[in-house]
Design a protein around this ligand. Sequence first.
Ligand code: GLA
Length: 402
Amino acid sequence: MKRSRMRWTILGLFLFSAIFLAIPTNAQIERNSLAQTPPMGWNSWNKFACNVSEDLIKSVADAIATNGMKEAGYQYVVIDDCWQVSRDENGFIVADAQRFPSGIKVLADYVHSKGLKFGLYSDAGSKTCAGRPGSQGHEYQDAIQYARWGVDYLKYDWCNTATRNVEEAYSTMSNALLSTGRPIVFSMCEWGTGKPWLWGKGIGNLWRTTGDISDKWTSKKKWPNGDCCEYGMVDILDLQVDLAPYAGPGHWNDPDMMEIGNGGMTIPEYRAHFSFWALLAAPLIAGNDVRSMTSEIKEILTNPEVIAVNQDKLGHEGHRIHKDGDLEVWTKILNDGSRAVILFNRGASDSDVSVSWEEIGYPNHLSSKVRDLWAHKDVGSFTGSYSAKVAPHSVVMLKIAP
Ligand code: GLA
């Protein structure tokens, strides 16, 4: 072949594969059509770990249906690890009969009867993180079983996967779920190691971006085997800084389930935790005992103005626009053109934090209405900038409308 012809052939092949690979497949389009706003719900792990049972899940569903959480938008009731014990002679997954005596289908029906949705957990490896049977080699069989049971959401972990390829593993389960014909939101729990934000769109509806959260403001504790880490809330926040461009309707960055109400942080710290998860367009998955929370905790988890920021249909993930030592400003663009803004003080004393119109993309001369989303008050109209005193380890969360 002549050199010039060869060059054209190579260029043609390159263009063909670039175009071909960039066109999403039907499966990717279908996957991305679920979870158009960040999923909201509850998961058993942060509070109850392996102590899960039919009674617990039913009473949690009862609580969510009646305590204002359902009205606020919480939908998915998800059992994390430890509901499963073995496989039967045909390879089907078997639930713990002691803890779930009526079986998973009856439990899912119960959750549905409360107007809520039902979720389960599995793992892409041979075993889950708590050592229960994983889905490796059983993906289609498990997906069929979940669909028969009425599962609406699957969290899929990454323990005991040995040398398994991460994209292959998550694509296999994503396709298996789609093949059932039941819309099942797919939550990828790969801890961010394989940078799922770069390839996860069209495979998962949400993907964990970090290791596990702990109920602390800050902490970086290694696991007993030396692997890194369990993180505090602000350590996780710091790891989200560059990830905003990768999220959108149907595909969200997941900074892990919330710890609000589990007792390890103060009320202002939990308010900051909720404000940031809302601004980051993160899944709002409560992780506390919602059957017995205080009214202060319930007010945080059900603040309608903050939830509206999270559920805004534009699906923009907020990002940091300004950092000056312990003082930061974050913003999220909302569908009506207004901005949600967090004035954040990580420090130990009261500080003034200010946001300029320029940094949120408004002209300086614009007179804009400022509303405080925790005080539930319009604070007035301002031109050029707004500043507020922010208490230690606290936020002021605003909506600024042109
Ligand atoms: C991993 C996950 C957690 C939880 C546990 C269950 O650590 O990251 O969120 O699901 O496994 O064993």
